[in-house]
Design a binder for this molecule. Structure first.
Ligand SMILES: Cc1cc2nc3c(=O)[nH]c(=O)nc-3n(C[C@H](O)[C@H](O)[C@H](O)COP(=O)(O)OP(=O)(O)OC[C@H]3O[C@@H](n4cnc5c(N)ncnc54)[C@H](O)[C@@H]3O)c2cc1C
Length: 437
């Protein structure tokens, strides 16, 4: 085993969205960055419907909205539509007032072709002179809470001053090695998706669901990644997929049966030359204490946010921007201040807990959805969730006061939705048992 001779300031583990973005920010500040990516082929990236905060974060990396549109990497997203099986639908559109001072929010965001977006980022990344090695980090050397070196599967030992773990939700290397506290949300889920050609698409993300009724919601996304190409994906529980596989159904059969249930989607099944659906499985979870003396965790390795929130890309870009700015600030001290590390962790934790618990309590689980109806439940989730992202982008919390304010606000909203969920569950259970007796 050999020490790699080059003296890197920062080692970034993972060359996905969070890893590439962190590397670019750090290289822009003149730091020498090494990025280690286990799977250079970048197969099947997902995350195509962006939250309203994402375009500014992409612009900071050198990818302004207009460029992404001109290059055919993105389409406009103006709203989200919830469509039920009976054809009823509700449109969720950011209020006009958000576009006016003092908020000045761009009322349009983007859908992206993730393969093309990753390629555009990779070109910027390479242009910055960042060193990329295609290998897998297999071992992490620590001394107490300090990361000393990482060792790759090919036996390369890499020493640097700083380390970022951006290895995604399946690996989560530093959370495992430091045994970080974890909060989990909802059951294990599976997503399966395909791309379809359509005559024309709309400037919005469509979510197809049953609405009121099922104890746990399944849903289908429809995202126009190009004017004539849509991504269609089905998200359900791992248990449900297991049950259907035991009945002898293939992934393709399960996907087709779900699309068949929605009148708008049935015609897609007749498209010739369809490929096998791509699949992934995940569990929403968030780690606490995701920053240490000379390391931090970014993107899904720190917090896996449910895809229905459309917040994964924003979170990965935010963690990358905030985490790298911390390293840049403390580059001469060689360790993060305890307070800055704690504040970074608090922001990652409280935002992801808010989104995950909100979507689980209000939409996935039955009590609120069945009591106020799926469309009102959609409002109950989107209004605070979208507002919090606007508040976050405008407040740019970094220090103790703003981070604490944000935490309090997010915790209040989270507890309020949790209390309403408890109330709806209790009253509906008692009215059911009352009716039965
Ligand atoms: C089904 C689904 C749909 C989604 N839809 C949306 C959406 O519509 N909108 C949205 O905003 N977000 C969405 N997301 C979330 C979004 O895709 C992710 O949050 C984002 O891509 C995460 O980026 P990342 O860099 O943190 O992780 P990843 O993209 O997973 O990157 C991690 C990288 O680390 C590498 N790696 C892992 N282990 C090692 C190792 N030991 N050594 C070296 N490299 C390693 C991996 O190969 C990988 O390339 C969705 C997620 C899922 C699962």
């Amino acid at each position: 085993m050999q020490d790699k001779k080059d003296n890197f300031d920062v080692t970034v583990i993972g060359g996905g969205l969070a890893g590439m973005s962190s590397s670019i920010h750090l290289a822009n500040a003149g730091l020498k960055v090494l990025c280690i990516e286990a799977d250079p082929l970048d197969k099947d990236p997902v995350g195509e419907s962006l939250d309203w905060s994402a375009p500014d974060l992409l612009k900071a990396l050198g990818l302004p909205m207009q460029y992404l549109l001109d290059q055919g990497i993105a389409t406009y997203k103006r709203h989200v539509i919830l469509k039920l099986r009976d054809g009823a639908e509700q449109h969720y559109i950011p209020g006009e007032w958000l576009g006016k001072p003092p908020y000045n929010v761009n009322l349009r965001t983007l859908h992206v072709d993730r393969s093309q977006l990753n390629q555009a980022l990779r070109e910027i990344f390479i242009g910055k002179g960042i060193t990329l090695i295609n290998d897998r980090v297999a071992h992490i050397e620590t001394a107490g809470r300090v990361v000393k070196a990482v060792v790759t599967a090919r036996g390369e030992r890499i020493v640097s001053k700083w380390f970022i773990d951006a290895s995604g939700s399946n690996a989560g290397l530093f959370p495992r090695i430091f045994d970080l506290p974890v909060y989990e949300y909802g059951p294990h889920k599976v997503a399966m998706w395909e791309y379809f050609t359509v005559p024309e698409s709309i400037e919005g993300t469509i979510l197809h669901a049953d609405g009121a009724g099922p104890p746990y919601m399944e849903w289908v996304w429809q995202i126009p990644i190009h004017p004539n190409t849509i991504s269609v994906g089905y998200v359900t529980t791992g248990e449900m997929v297991k049950e259907k596989r035991q009945q002898g159904l293939s992934v393709r059969d399960i996907f087709a049966a779900q699309l068949q249930r929605f009148p708008d989607l049935q015609s897609l099944l007749h498209e010739p030359g369809r490929e096998q659906p791509r699949t992934t499985s995940f569990r929403c979870r968030v780690f606490a204490n995701v920053a240490g003396p000379n390391w931090l965790v970014a993107g899904e390795a720190a917090a896996m946010v449910d895809p229905m929130t459309s917040n994964g890309v924003t979170a990965a870009l935010r963690h990358a921007a905030e985490g790298s700015s911390l390293i840049i600030r403390y580059r001469n001290r060689q360790t993060l201040s305890r307070l800055s590390a704690a504040m970074y962790s608090q922001r990652v934790l409280s935002l992801a807990r808010f989104f995950n618990s909100g979507i689980e309590n209000v939409l996935y689980d039955w009590p609120i959805r069945n009591r106020i109806g799926p469309f009102n439940a959609g409002d109950l989730y989107t209004i605070p969730a979208w507002s919090m992202n606007v508040v976050y982008s405008r407040l740019r919390p970094q220090g103790l006061i703003k981070t604490t304010l944000l935490r309090l606000l997010l915790a209040t909203l989270r507890y309020s939705l949790g209390a309403f969920h408890w109330f709806c569950k209790r009253t509906q259970s008692s009215s059911t048992s009352g009716a039965a007796s």
